[in-house]
Design a protein around this ligand. Structure first.
Ligand code: HEC
Length: 243
């Protein structure tokens, strides 16, 4: 005998709960605002990135999409860490307003702390294939690599070593900066330039985060205004100032 099934309001509750669960799941792609692009291609980004172990757990190494205006990821997906320095991450849709895609370091509120590798927009061109593999070149991306690339090289090395003259004898150029800082005495302020684990008493940290230098031959407070820069240097020292 056939029994007629009449759905009562009550019997719908588990179904609605399931639906809510699925929608609230933090997978990115199921979120409705991440509208799929028309191409149904799975992009798989792979490569070797060294130094990722130096980043503490409050940072995420992710593939992320940004608009040109913002430092906050519109979309992000953590990279998979494979054996050796290998990384892999795949995705199939990006928010439409995304201008740039990067492998990068994000903080807890998905703000970009450091770019590891910027993927050219042409990497995501339409294709007939189901899967498009994108190999990125080898990158060194420890916390210290980020400090060098984001702060020392663009902001400091002009005076500190690029022209073979280094202010206060301090070289902040790539390849020289680490040895020049770690446990080395400060010529100008006394004390020590970088004491692993002790940001507060490290002269480098004081230079970028206090008014220590206002009476020096060069007032460094004009240079370092960026809060992310200050925090990156502080965290690097607190985490043990590893190379
Ligand atoms: C425009 C040139 C200039 C730039 C750019 C510059 N510095 Fe300096 N820096 C100096 C000078 C000059 C001194 C020496 C000051 C003195 O003798 O009073 C100095 C001294 C220092 C010292 C003290 C070294 C010691 O042995 O005591 C540190 C640390 C330092 N700078 C870090 C930085 C960092 C980090 C940056 C980038 C964020 C930077 N500097 C950018 C000119 C510069």
């Amino acid at each position: 005998m056939k029994k007629q099934y009449v759905p009562s309001l009550f019997s719908l509750v588990p179904a609605v709960a399931m639906l809510l669960l699925m929608v609230s799941c933090d997978d990115g792609p199921v979120m409705p605002e991440y509208a799929a692009t028309d191409a149904k291609v799975v992009y798989q980004v792979e490569g070797r990135v060294s130094g990722l172990d130096t980043w503490p757990a409050n940072y995420t190494i992710a593939l992320a999409a940004f608009s040109n205006e913002g430092d906050y990821a519109l979309y992000s997906k953590p990279v998979k860490r494979l054996e050796g320095d290998k990384i892999s991450v795949s995705f199939d849709n990006l928010p439409q307003e995304a201008d740039r895609v990067e492998i990068c370091v994000l903080d807890r509120i998905r703000q970009r702390i450091s770019t590891i590798y910027e993927l050219p927009a042409t990497a995501f061109s339409e294709t007939d294939a189901d899967t498009l593999r994108i190999n990125i070149p080898d990158v060194a991306a420890s916390m210290f690599d980020a400090v060098q690339k984001d702060v020392f090289t663009p902001t400091c090395s002009n005076c500190h070593g690029r022209s073979n003259k280094a202010a206060a004898g301090l070289y902040l150029t790539e390849g020289k900066s680490y040895e020049a800082l770690l446990n080395k005495p400060s010529q100008v302020a006394g004390g020590t330039l970088v004491i692993p684990g002790d940001a507060e008493n490290s002269v480098l940290h004081q230079v970028v985060s206090s008014d220590l230098t206002t009476g020096w031959h060069y007032d460094h407070t004009k240079e370092v205004v960026n809060e992310n820069t200050r925090r990156l240097i502080e965290q690097w020292i607190v985490e043990g100032a590893q190379k």
